[in-house]
Ligand binder design. Structure first.
Ligand code: SAM
Length: 215
């Protein structure tokens, strides 16, 4: 019996709400085992699910439907499988990569008016985020008990992915929420970053529909 639950899965709905109304092609950058890509596949004609781990891409290929194209590639080193995406999502992968390098690559792959929406882990910042940390610790246990009860009734209750222990993780995220906001604004002007309760931040950026006249 565990009170632990999947914080990434908990925020899937928040990310799906950022999706433009009509989506033909979307990217999941750092897709892991493909759980979120499979959800995207219900709302987009085509999904590219990309990860640099062969184990994760193998698992994602097994788990996702036919309109998901699972690609073994590194965001920082390889060409992306497409361009002019309507939306690009990323879950718990951005803190694995330097933002100054990864965000311009992802931003450039969006169509004008397209949306980048990512959650990732911030570094602990007790000076600015102590209240949210305290509420998160209490909330984690309360929701954990509720989700456990849901599972005992046959629901999923944000259960951890059985492949969770095989997922590549970063033990110490490098940047606080504030540092992420500053770096994101420097490379993607207009990017918004906010701390989410359960040890994640949300980064959103809407690519301007019309290029700036000054280039
Ligand atoms: C903690 S896992 C999260 C996986 C999945 N998004 C989820 O929510 O379950 C982070 C994933 O990002 C991938 N990743 C990290 N850096 C990457 C990069 N530069 N290019 C592609 N994938 C990357 C890792 O291989 C790993 O599968």
């Amino acid at each position: 019996m565990t009170l632990d639950w999947d914080h990434n899965a908990y925020y899937h709905r928040l990310l799906l709400r950022q999706m433009p109304r009509r989506c033909r092609r979307v990217l999941d950058a750092g897709c892991g085992t493909g759980t979120f890509a499979a959800r995207l596949a219900l709302r987009s004609e085509r999904v590219d699910a990309l990860d640099r781990s062969p184990e994760m891409i193998g698992e994602a290929t097994r788990r996702t439907p036919g309109n998901v194209n699972c690609v073994l590639a590194d965001v920082l080193a390889d060409p992306l499988p497409g361009k002019d995406y309507d939306a690009i999502f990323s879950i718990s992968a951005l803190h694995h990569m330097p933002l100054r390098d990864s965000l311009p690559v992802l931003g450039a792959a969006l169509r004008p008016g397209g949306v980048l929406a990512a959650i990732a882990l911030p570094r602990l910042d007790l000076r600015h985020e102590l209240p949210v940390e305290l509420v998160a610790m209490a909330g984690h246990r309360v929701l954990g008990a509720m989700f456990l009860a849901t599972r005992s009734l046959g629901g999923n209750g944000f259960a951890m992915d059985p492949a969770h222990s095989a997922m590549p993780v970063v033990m110490g995220p490098p940047l606080t929420t504030r540092e992420v906001a500053a770096q994101a604004a420097a490379v993607l002007p207009g990017a918004r970053v906010r701390r989410l309760l359960f040890w994640r931040y949300l980064l959103t950026w809407h690519k301007p529909a019309h290029p700036h006249p000054d280039g």
